[in-house]
Ligand binder design. Structure first.
Ligand SMILES: Cc1cc2nc3c(=O)[nH]c(=O)nc-3n(C[C@H](O)[C@H](O)[C@H](O)COP(=O)(O)OP(=O)(O)OC[C@H]3O[C@@H](n4cnc5c(N)ncnc54)[C@H](O)[C@@H]3O)c2cc1C
Length: 405
């Protein structure tokens, strides 16, 4: 069994772990910092982010875009010093050029996630940070002045230990294995659930809509109240609603017991929608109902709307009653789907839940229970909306902890 003694060991070579190791190594040039990574390479997940483009931050990110108990306080303190501007200027120092889209999402100018990973790995090499990959952590023990980490073939003594193991799913949607580590350290965790994922819905009508996309406003409804609404492109898939606007509702929707309402004409009020439908029916009284939506919606969406409103596609327009017109118009503005509880992490971009924020000092990210232990990134009970917020937090928390080591 190999024995090694280092100043700091970072478990997890993802966004926050790499950033943390870099900042720590910049502060302690003469001390050894190592990264212990389960996968065969560091930064694998980073490569798949933003559809391979890596949406690494969001302009003006603030507490409103983050969730988790105590996240407001943590983000307010963290972003005072480690805001989007701070994270981006550091990346610019590392040589990364970025561009910001009209929604405030920041990407590398190359539009390639590999550019982000490349600048981080180059800096790690300059600072002689060791990467030990394909490692399996078998145990962690606290000692008088640090931590002993046991792997299959080595025993590593570290004065400081960082847990940067991310969320429940890894880059390929498999269980990350970080739960064992949290158990070893006895850290209090909030239950995990998938977030930024498609939302499973129970409705046979979806089968006919599979593969169709529509611009819409989606609202999450719980106990008859609209909790949150988002606009964007909804993707109808087999058994689920997807698309960025749906992802942003998924944190709550995945818990089940709620509905998603899809408004297919969000820029028109109910009178305008009714007027439009009534006008179309009046203009072509002898046409079948299936032709009402020509030039308006995908054919199958039109058929689904008729079905939900109890109108036969073969019904002649002139025979459609006022009541049916009202029902059809209401369905267009609120096509409802019942959400099912979703425990599938494999298609989620982030994990809600994790190590409770009350376990760490919000200034330094050091554990309150275990001196010299730091926790960063998605391993914590904090998750952001879609749009670069999660990587912004991963990098900012990594920087903060690295500067505290
Ligand atoms: C498909 C996809 C696209 C995404 N796109 C975006 C985006 O564009 N913008 C955005 O802001 N966010 C995005 N995210 C979310 C973002 O990637 C994460 O929030 C972020 O990577 C979290 O950083 P982290 O360092 O905390 O964890 P991770 O990046 O997940 O890194 C954790 C690392 O720890 C390792 N690890 C886990 N367990 C162990 C163990 N037991 N021993 C050793 N190592 C271990 C893992 O292998 C991994 O390398 C996306 C996520 C996915 C899945």
């Amino acid at each position: 069994m190999k024995k090694q003694s280092v100043y700091a060991a970072v478990i997890g070579g993802g966004a926050s772990g790499m950033m943390c190791a870099i900042r720590a190594a910049e502060r302690h040039r003469d001390k050894q910092i190592i990264i212990l990574e389960k996968a065969d390479r560091v930064g694998k997940k980073l490569l798949v982010t933003g559809n391979g483009r890596c949406n690494l931050s969001h302009v003006g990110a603030s507490a409103v875009s983050y969730h988790g108990e105590g996240s407001d306080d943590l983000i307010n303190i963290l972003f005072k010093k480690y805001s989007t501007d701070t994270v981006l200027s550091y990346f610019h120092e590392l040589g990364l050029m970025t561009h910001t889209d009209s929604e405030g999402r920041v990407y590398p100018i190359s539009n390639q996630s590999s550019s982000v990973l490349d600048v981080l790995r180059k800096r790690m090499m300059q600072l002689s940070i060791s990467e030990i990959c394909a490692v399996e952590i078998r145990g962690i023990q606290k000692s008088a002045s640090g931590y002993e980490i046991f792997t299959s073939d080595s025993r590593i003594y570290a004065q400081k230990l960082v847990i940067a193991t991310g969320g429940r799913a890894d880059h390929a949607g498999r269980e990350s294995g970080s739960r064992d580590i949290l158990r070893m350290l006895g850290l209090n965790t909030a239950p995990l659930s998938p977030s930024l994922s498609p939302v499973k819905v129970n409705d046979g009508i979806l089968r006919s809509l599979k593969g169709i996309r529509a611009l819409a406003e989606v609202s999450l409804i719980k106990n008859g109240q609209i909790i949150k609404s988002e606009r964007g492109e909804v993707q109808f898939t087999d058994g689920a609603l997807s698309g960025i606007c749906v992802f942003d509702l998924s944190r709550e929707a995945n818990k089940g017991g709620c509905e998603i309402s899809v408004n297919l004409l969000p820029d028109m009020n109910s009178d305008e929608v009714r007027g439009e439908i009534a006008g179309r029916i009046k203009r072509e009284p002898s046409a079948p109902a299936s032709e009402i939506f020509i030039g308006m919606f995908h054919k199958n969406i039109g058929l689904a709307l008729l079905k939900k409103s109890g109108i036969k596609p073969s019904a002649i327009c002139a025979e459609i009653s006022e009541k049916e017109i009202s029902r059809l118009s209401a369905t267009i503005s609120a096509l409802r789907f019942k959400c099912e509880t979703n425990h599938d992490f494999s298609r989620s971009q982030v994990t809600a839940g994790g190590i409770r924020l009350s376990e760490i000092n919000h200034e330094t990210f050091e554990s309150k229970k275990h001196k010299g232990l730091y926790i960063t990134g998605e391993a914590l009970d904090i998750d952001g909306d879609c749009g670069g917020y999660n990587l912004q937090f991963a990098f900012a928390s990594g920087m903060r902890a690295g500067n505290s080591l």
